[in-house]
Design a protein around this ligand. Structure first.
Ligand SMILES: *Cc1c(COP(=O)(O)O)cnc(C)c1O
Length: 398
């Protein structure tokens, strides 16, 4: 059964991504194991999803217990894990209400709908949401339109209207786009897919002030930056601002599909029937979310993770000066190494051959998203593999 010749073919899957010829069959903590038994240190972790690493015991236990207790009463009824998770999220944030969904895009769709509803109720039908060049908010039609990814304005045209684009860290470009139809500003505190480009604290505070002055909602997409990824429970908290709406995804389920839309009482204006979904607040995924939050909120967890993140950033800076590369960006365990050349994909491929998984979100940089509980020894091991991968590719180019 487990013999490689018995492996199925991928020919029946839609070819939506160029996937390498490696098949992972098992994961444990920071490590993935392929069908041939090789191990890989995973610094992608399902695109910043597996915040506690692969198959962590707390999630395995929580999901097994919930699966045996109650899988799905359906969205027409309350369930204990959803109520507990919503209480925990509101208790540890400045938001009052939560709507659960399954993906980041779905949570962002909800945020867009909530802002448009709020505009109908409080701003004479204002519905435009200022978003940002190079931003990323998901792959539904509206969230693709809100994204500023090059090429996405024509792929699947026509776009959903109402998402004018400003430039990150340039408040004048936001101000210029605000008119009577504007209802909100939406951004990632750190643009992840763009290559880990942080919004500055000053810019976030200027945005908060601008939104207050012009009666606009401030929406933060923390699908990638939230749930401990930056060393804080939420990235915006480190900058002392309170947004009106926040979305979470990725790390929230630690590998299971759950996302969340959070709003302050003043912004939370859905009436019964306005929003929903078959899997919203499903108890199985909410049980996973509870296991994740309980772990992150335990004494010392985030502080330790922040320290490890600083260790990785320092090691990357040392590597950069040794090998003549560029800047290190990001916070916590959402880091990017600027390469100064377009060797990112080649380095990622070489690193994988050596047993390290890293991602090149843009050809000129590498993104590193290890599990939040990665050990100091694993960081040392990963940096050694990364040094070799970069040096090998540089040598092949020379
Ligand atoms: C990944 C991501 C999304 C989309 O989440 P999906 O679960 O893939 O729909 C949205 N916003 C940001 C910032 C993301 O990083």
């Amino acid at each position: 059964m487990n013999h490689p010749s018995a492996l199925p073919s991928a020919a029946s899957l839609m070819p939506i991504a160029a996937r390498p010829d490696v098949l992972f069959v098992r994961g444990q903590g920071a490590w993935l194991f392929d069908a041939a038994g090789r191990r890989y240190l995973d610094w992608m972790q399902g695109w910043a999803v597996n915040c506690l690493g692969h198959s962590p015991q707390v999630i395995v236990d929580a999901v097994a217990q919930q699966a045996a207790t109650l899988l799905n009463p359906g969205p027409a009824f309350h369930n204990l894990p959803a109520m507990r998770l919503a209480e925990k999220l509101t208790a540890h944030s400045g938001f009052d209400h939560v709507f659960f969904a399954s993906s980041g895009a779905e949570a962002n769709e909800g945020a867009i709908k909530l802002a448009r509803k709020w505009g109908q109720l409080h701003k004479g039908g204002a519905h435009e949401i200022v978003t940002f060049v190079d931003g990323f908010h998901g792959r539904t039609l509206a969230t693709m339109s809100a994204s500023g990814k090059p090429g996405w304005d024509t792929l699947f045209a026509p776009q959903v209207a109402g998402f004018p684009k400003a430039r990150l860290n340039d408040i004048a470009t936001v101000d210029r786009l605000i008119g009577p139809k504007t209802v909100a500003v939406m951004l990632e505190p750190i643009q992840g897919e763009a290559g880990v480009i942080p919004a500055s604290g000053d810019f976030l505070r200027q945005l908060r002030q601008l939104c207050d002055e012009r009666q606009l909602l401030l929406i933060v997409d923390e699908v990638q930056t939230g749930v401990g990824r930056t060393g804080h429970l939420f990235a915006h908290s480190a900058h002392g601002i309170q947004p009106d709406i926040m979305t979470l995804g990725k790390g929230l389920g630690g590998g299971l599909p759950i996302s969340a839309l959070l709003a302050t009482r003043a912004a939370s204006c859905f009436a019964p029937g306005d929003q929903g979904g078959t899997y919203c607040g499903n108890p199985l995924v909410c049980a996973a979310g509870l296991a994740v939050l309980d772990t992150l909120l335990a004494d010392g967890f985030l502080a330790a993770s922040r320290q490890r993140g600083e260790q990785l950033a320092a090691a990357l800076r040392a590597l950069s000066s040794e090998l003549g590369l560029g800047a290190v960006r990001g916070e916590g365990f959402l880091l990017a190494l600027e390469l100064g050349t377009d060797l990112g994909p080649a380095i990622a491929t070489r690193a994988r051959d050596l047993g390290l998984l890293v991602n090149a979100p843009r050809p000129h940089c590498l993104r590193l998203m290890p599990a939040l509980n990665t050990s100091a020894a694993e960081i040392t091991e990963g940096i050694a593999l990364l040094r070799r991968a970069i040096a090998d590719v540089q040598e092949a180019q020379a």
